[in-house]
Ligand binder design. Sequence first.
Ligand code: NAD
Ligand code: IPM
Ligand code: MN
Length: 350
Amino acid sequence: ARTVKLAVIPGDGIGPEVVAEGLKVLETAIAPHDLAVETTEYELGAKLWHRTGETLPDSVEQELAGHDAVFLGAVGDPSVPSGVLERGLLLRLRFDFDHYVNLRPVRLYPGVESPLAGVTPEDIDMLVVREGTEGPYAGAGGVLRKGTPYEIATQDSVNTRFGVERVVRYAFAKAAERPRKKLTLVHKDNVLTYAGELWQRTVREVGAEYPQVAVDYCHVDAASMFFVNQPARFDVVVTDNLFGDIITDIGAAVTGGIGLAASGNINPDNTFPSMFEPVHGSAPDIAGQGKADPTATVLSAALMLDHLGVPEAARRIEAAVSADLKSRGHGVRSTSRIGDDLAARVAEQG
Ligand code: NAD
Ligand code: IPM
Ligand code: MN
């Protein structure tokens, strides 16, 4: 049997709760396959930082690099200054492991109530391809005259031809595989003229190799509106790191909430392990109460199985989630109960 080495980072808040359910469903999904998953858990996050002041020791990062994939819950805790864990752990892994594609499907599952009136699953089925290693996330910039009335904080957006082209290429390839074959660039080229022009030109040039893909463009403010009042406009969306962060939370909100939104931080060249995690954070407001919905994490495990070349197992997880969502009434289930129910549905389809 093939063995997949999986590094697991439960993290903070609801992270450990949802990751436990994700692993439960993952194990059930691979059972019929000639595949074994060997997990190694890493205690990174707020606790380690309080104990040692470290977010990601170099030796640990090297160990992570030796795995086939990383499965992460969430990081961030009210007791740690904002950004320390987010930048020091999550973003560092995205950058160092070259996760230049942050893949975020936005789908309305049948039976899920959207806050939008009159939308059907056919209306919301998009794939947001968010750039993952550049933009305002790069950490370029600085502060001058700190603490004075003349303080200046700059936060530069880094956009390289290399970085833009590789994510745009990925998005075109994905669009070409889908029935609608439409790619929308979301940016703000009326204001962010240097970066916007680079993105536009790159989409035009790469698009010449994909005549079968229809190309569209939306400013990010209008795109935010269209996600709400005309979501059917979108098929594949390619966008900058920060715009992608924001519009995928909108995407989550219109498809049943952040508890259902999955993501993959993908290194398509496989030079480092890809990392799979829910779109949501550590939700300190509900942590430790068994209230978190593990579905986003379970669907992230399905994205991981696709990446690892086990699409049949991924489809079974998605089918189980779909059936579970269809049958949801008003009764409230705990995190682990939802995980048990999903695992049982996956097993039924095995
Ligand atoms: P959040 O996603 O943690 O929570 C926003 C709201 O959604 C909260 O009301 C929360 O209870 C709810 N929610 C989130 N996940 C849920 C789930 N699975 N089921 C039910 N409800 C859920 O965002 P936030 O409050 O802005 O951030 C909290 C912390 O998480 C911060 O430290 C932030 O930096 C961090 N964060 C981490 C990640 C990550 O690790 N990938 C992502 C986003 C935020
Ligand atoms: C996400 C999160 C992260 C991001 C934060 C926690 C750094 O919001 O994964 O969407 O901004 O990318
Ligand atoms: Mn986010």
